[in-house]
Structure formats: C-alpha cells, structure tokens
Ligand binder design. Structure first.
Ligand SMILES: *[C@@H]1O[C@H](CO)[C@@H](O)[C@H](O)[C@H]1NC(C)=O
Ligand SMILES: *[C@@H]1O[C@H](CO)[C@@H](O)[C@H](O)[C@H]1NC(C)=O
Ligand SMILES: *[C@@H]1O[C@H](CO)[C@@H](O)[C@H](O)[C@H]1NC(C)=O
Ligand SMILES: *[C@@H]1O[C@H](CO)[C@@H](O)[C@H](O)[C@H]1NC(C)=O
Length: 505
C-alpha cells in the first residue's frame, strides 16, 4: 500500500508547486494511509481543538446558513472543476478527496494542465491550521499586535512593553528586527508594514506616529539611539489637544497612512509631502478601526464606539465629514474591521460579543440612534457582558450575518477573513477574551475550530496567506504557531511557569 503511495507521490511531485509538496509530505508524515484519505472529510481532530457544528444557541434566532449571495460566492471559490467528475467513476460527492484531486490533475481533467484556484481551495481549505501549537516567541509583556506581511515572509508582533519584533518566517522565525519604542503611552496600539516591506509604522496613545526603516542592516533598533524613528505628527496645525491612535494602515501604493483616533476622527497622512492631508470628524466616539476597502484605496471603512460602521469614498466627499453610507446593527462599540478586499463585503467585531458580516450595498444615509430598549449599563473594560443583553437585536440591523461564541472584552479584539489563496475566504477567525481563537464558517456560521493554548486574552492572530499556518498571540506573552499538521517537532509543552525571555527558533 505504502509503496504504491510513494510511487504515486514521486510521479506527482515534479509538477507540484511547493505548497502541495508541503501538504502531501505533511499528510504522509502524519501516517495517513490512502484508505484513510479516501474516506476522510474532517481532519479537525487532534490537538487541543473542539469542533462544534450547528447553530448558535444563544439568541432566539439561531444562526443557520447565510441566505445571501455571499454564501454562493464563497462556495464557488472552493468547488472543484465540473470535468473532474467526468473522469472519476462513481457518484458526484463533495468534498472530493485529495487523492482524487491529484489523480484528476495528473489526468489533465481541466485541460489546462493544473488546478484552478477553486480546485486548490477545495483541497487546502479542509486542512485547518489547528495542530500544535509550537512556540514562536515568549515575552514577559502583553502581545497587542500580530501580523503576517502580505507575502507571508515576515511576521510582526507588537508588545505592550514597547518591543516590536519582526521575524523572518522563511528563516526559522529568526528575529530580523528588534524595535524598541521610546516613551510609549500605554502600549503599542497598532503597526503597519509598507507594501514594499521597507518601512514599519507604529502607533500609541499619542498623535505622533513613528516610522522605522525595516530594510536597514541594524537588528537592534532602539528609538533614536541606534536608529532614527522619525515622528509623524498627526495633530492638526491649529494646535488642538492630544489624542491617541488605535489603528493605522499604509495605502496600497505606500504613499499615505490612514489612522483612527480617540478624538473621533479619521486622519490621512501624505508621506511624500510629509504632512497631514485630511482629517474627518468621522464618528461620535473613539474610532477604533480603519481599513481600506480594496486595492484602489478610494474606499475606507471605519468602526467606532458609537456602534456604527461607516463607509467613506474619497472620490466624492459629498460634504466634509459626510460618509458615503452608514451600517448599523451592532449594539455596542466596534473594535475591528476586516475587508474582504472586494470593496463590497466586510466583517466587524463588536463589544456586543458578535462578529457581523456586512454588504456595503445595504448601507443607508441615516442612522437611528434610538437604542432605548437597552436597559443595562456596563463597561467592557472590567465587566462581563450582561447575560440579558445577549438576546437583544438592533431594531434596524443591516448586517447579513452574525457570528457568536467568542468574547470581545477588555481590549480591541481583532477578526479576519481566512486567506483567499488557500481557503477562498471560506472562514472567519478571531481572537477572544477567553484566551482562545475561534474559526467560523462564513456560509453556515458553524464554529469549525477553537484553538486552546493561551492563558490570557488573545487580541490578535494572523493566518499565513499561503500555508496552512495560523499564529496567535496573547496577553500572556506567548506567540504560537498552529499548523496543519505541524512541522514535525513536538508541540510546546503546556507549562504554567513563565520562562523569562527564552528564545525559540
Ligand atoms: C492539550 O492541553 C492539555 C492541557 O490543557 C495538555 O495536557 C495536552 O498535552 C495538550 N495536547 C496537545 C496535543 O497539545
Ligand atoms: C441549546 O440550548 C438547549 C436548551 O437551551 C440545550 O439543551 C442545548 O444543549 C443547547 N445546544 C447547544 C449546541 O449548545
Ligand atoms: C492539458 O490539455 C490541454 C488541452 O488538451 C493541453 O493543451 C495541455 O498541454 C495539457 N497539459 C498537460 C500538462 O498535459
Ligand atoms: C526621534 O527623533 C525625531 C527627530 O529627529 C523625532 O521626530 C522622533 O519623534 C524621535 N523619536 C522618538 C521615539 O522619540
């Protein structure tokens, strides 16, 4: 059995791209025999993972299947080519096993000599990065930011104690740059890498954004001691008062920065002219998150403690400070927004303990501020969400789906779509106050995996753009890798004792 398996493998390997070799070797390493593969459909067991399918139970209207175009759009991105079935004996059945997919590919079923992106996603999206975890780094300070670069070659982690580390993913997670910020207020709130990966900006609870040259040879980058961390002043020329920045992003062309602030505004900074180019009085409370809707950079999404998500079109500012549209539905502040990258759909995490999925075509120009049905008062920084509030629904909820199970407390917990390349954005994943990472299926709303390792809130996590690998970081100081099925080493022993500044690869 195994011999045949290997021969098949060798024949195949030549034409496989790196990812399939990776996956394939991974499968072999795990000792899955062919027969096992033929019948597999779920590979989520193992590791510290619980899989729960089905509807959310908490509200009176449980979540069942998104009845919306996006469900079809998402499914289309991971359905194998029709012709595959003509080549295969037996009934049409999904999902098609990896062996059949590869055999079909060798038979040139698509007549294009390879997999389409949907074929690829059909295959890889089943292998969730849920095994492990393996330690990437361990600090004695709370992790606030964790992000892969767009090409997956670098990973950035930002800690409250003013360290920002850039790891070289391809070189065994070696620290390529160890940035030490100076006189931070409270914490590093956000970081952003320029599209050419040569610069990194970091923000804090201050109107000065600092920019560091990532490309320089200096590894230890101590602010204004070993390297200049230039300060970009976001406070308006007319003086004004001090504020903090919660969220910062480079534009796709790398020429601008957009930021969301504690003075209810969105700022745009022109890096070429080296000055602030725009300030929008965007919301009625803290702007916790801003992001570009797509590559064009014309559309910006923002989310705020005034419970609203807003869409801004820079090509036609109707009137100053007037958004292109507003999306309401969250009952509490919005902590984070991730765009699907198509200028149409996005998700938001809310302090009402939900993720909501939005279609910008449903936005309106008016907002109803009447939330008079709310009879409770609470503070997410130190209280639990009132149980009676979990069943409430906004009277004019414009979202197209709601995902529940994780908790959004204490800090601005982040949520994302899973990668386009390997999963066709089939999932949504999020950190959680209960120290876990949750993965939901976009179309069914089911919780497909829960990752347990951390002992403190997980504020940020990031799924590698190409490999089945997810990195989570937490206020416990750990930065850990979850993979399918792992890189062969033994997983991190779960130890309650803190090991001070011990570096792992
Ligand atoms: C899962 O977690 C428990 C403790 O919570 C630990 O003893 C066990 O080794 C972990 N298993 C894996 C595979 O990580
Ligand atoms: C849903 O709620 C019912 C009763 O409220 C409970 O018996 C059941 O176990 C719950 N199911 C899940 C999946 O949580
Ligand atoms: C697959 O089939 C197409 C059309 O028949 C052909 O042009 C192409 O060269 C084939 N590719 C391979 C790798 O055999
Ligand atoms: C470093 O010096 C520059 C001016 O040379 C200043 O703009 C910047 O704010 C300083 N950085 C820090 C972290 O103090």
């Amino acid at each position: 059995m195994f011999k045949k398996f290997w021969v098949f493998l060798c024949l195949t390997v030549e034409s496989l791209d790196a990812l399939f070799v990776f996956l394939w070797v991974a499968i072999v390493e795990m000792g899955y025999a062919m027969s096992r593969l033929e019948i597999e459909s779920e590979l989520f067991e193992g590791g510290n993972v619980t899989s729960e399918a089905g509807c959310s139970n908490r509200s009176d209207k449980p979540f069942c299947k998104v009845d919306h175009e996006i469900a079809q759009l998402t499914n289309l991105k991971s359905v194998p080519n029709e012709r595959l079935h003509q080549l295969m004996p037996g009934k049409k059945k999904l999902p098609v096993s990896p062996v059949k997919m590869l055999a079909g590919r060798e038979g040139n079923y698509s007549r294009r000599g390879g997999f389409s992106s949907a074929d690829r996603c059909h295959m890889i999206s089943r292998y969730l990065p849920v095994n492990g975890p393996w330690l990437a780094d361990q600090m004695t300070s709370r992790a606030y930011v964790s992000q892969f670069s767009a090409d997956g070659s670098l990973f950035v982690a930002g800690f409250q104690g003013s360290d920002i580390r850039i790891y070289n993913v391809d070189r065994g997670w070696k620290v390529q740059k160890n940035i030490l910020a100076k006189s931070l207020r409270w914490t590093v709130t956000d970081t952003s890498l320029s599209p050419d990966q040569r610069h990194l900006v970091y923000t804090s609870m201050s109107p000065i954004v600092h920019i560091v040259n990532v490309g320089s040879a200096t590894t230890e980058s101590l602010a204004n001691i070993t390297e200049v961390h230039e300060g970009l002043d976001f406070s308006a020329a007319d003086g004004g008062y001090s504020f903090g920045i919660f969220s910062v992003k480079f534009s796709t062309d790398g020429r601008e920065l957009v930021a969301g602030s504690s003075d209810d505004s969105i700022y745009v900074y022109d890096l070429e002219a080296n000055k602030l180019s725009l300030r929008i009085a965007a919301h009625m409370a803290d702007v916790n998150t801003v992001t570009f809707a797509d590559e064009s950079g014309n559309l910006i999404y923002s989310g705020s403690d005034d419970n609203l998500c807003k869409v801004w079109d820079r090509r036609c500012f109707v009137a100053k400070d007037k958004p292109a549209g507003v999306l309401m539905g969250h009952l509490e502040g919005v902590t984070f927004i991730d765009s699907r990258g198509d200028g149409r759909y996005f998700i938001s995490n809310g302090k009402d303990q939900t993720i909501k999925l939005w279609d910008t075509r449903k936005m309106s120009s008016i907002t109803s501020c009447n939330l008079g049905f709310k009879t409770y008062d609470w503070d997410y920084r130190w209280m639990d969400y009132p149980p009676q509030a979990r069943d409430l629904k906004h009277p004019s909820d414009q979202s197209i789906a709601t995902y529940k199970g994780h908790s959004v407390l204490r800090t601005l917990i982040r949520c994302y779509f899973s990668p386009e390349y390997s999963t066709g954005q089939k999932y949504i994943y999020t950190g959680s106050h209960d120290s876990r990472v949750y993965i939901y299926d976009v179309a069914t709303g089911a919780q497909v995996a829960v990752l347990k390792h951390h002992t403190s809130p997980v504020r940020d996590c990031s799924w590698h753009p190409y490999y089945p690998m997810l990195v989570s970081s937490s206020w416990d100081g750990d930065v850990v890798k979850w993979e399918f099925p792992g890189s062969g080493e033994a997983p991190t022993p779960v130890s309650k004792k803190r090991i001070r500044r011990r570096y792992y690869y």
